[in-house]
Design a protein around this ligand. Structure first.
Ligand code: FMN
Length: 146
C-alpha cells in the first residue's frame, strides 16, 4: 500500500477548512501509480483554489533538514501556493529543535518577497509549545481573522 497527498490532509485538516484527502493505492509496475499521481495533482489544484478563496492563511511547518521546510512534503506544496499569496494576509508558525530560528527568518523573507502581507513575526517555539507559545498562536489566529 502506498499513499500520497498526506501533506494536504495535514494542511487542510485543521480547524476552519475541514478537508481531508488521501489516495491509497497499490501498484506493481507503476501504471496505477501514475494514475494515483494524477489524482493527487487534481487534489493539489483544488487546494490552490481554496487558497485563492481565502482572505487569510496560516502556514505551519517545523525546522527540518538544515533549517529548511520539510523538503519532501511541505516544501513542494508550499512552493506551488506561493504565486497565490500576493496581497494575502499570511501568518507563519512552527517548532524547532536546536537551531536559532533561521528557517523561520528565511520563510518570512520568502513570503514577503511573494507579496504576502505578513501580519506578524512567525511564531516559533523550541520543541513542544508551552502555554506562552500557544497563546502567541492564538494571537496570530486572532490577527488573521481580524
Ligand atoms: C530530520 C529532522 C531535521 C531537523 N532539522 C532541524 C533544524 O535544521 N533546525 C532545528 O532547529 N530543528 C530541527 N529539527 C527539530 C525539529 O524542528 C523539532 O523536533 C520540531 O519540534 C518538530 O516539530 P513537529 O513535532 O511539528 O514535527 C529537525 C528534526 C528532524 C527530525
Amino acid at each position: 500500500m502506498k499513499h500520497c497527498s498526506a501533506v494536504y490532509s495535514e494542511m487542510y485538516g485543521k480547524e476552519n477548512i475541514h478537508m481531508k484527502t488521501a489516495v491509497i493505492y497499490w501498484s506493481g509496475t507503476g501504471n496505477t501509480e501514475k494514475m494515483a499521481e494524477s489524482v493527487c495533482a487534481g487534489m493539489k489544484e483544488a487546494g490552490a483554489d481554496i487558497i485563492a478563496a481565502c482572505d487569510a492563511i496560516a502556514f505551519g511547518c517545523p525546522a527540518m533538514g538544515a533549517e529548511v521546510l520539510k523538503e519532501s512534503e511541505f516544501e513542494p506544496a508550499f512552493s506551488s501556493f506561493e504565486s497565490l499569496l500576493a496581497g494575502k494576509k499570511t501568518g507563519l508558525f512552527g517548532s524547532y529543535g536546536w537551531g536559532d530560528g533561521a528557517w523561520m527568518r528565511d520563510w518570512q523573507d520568502r513570503v514577503i518577497s511573494d507579496g504576502a502581507e505578513l501580519i506578524a513575526d512567525g511564531v516559533i517555539c523550541m520543541n513542544e509549545p508551552d502555554d506562552a507559545a500557544l497563546a502567541e498562536c492564538r494571537d496570530l489566529g486572532a490577527k488573521l481573522a481580524a
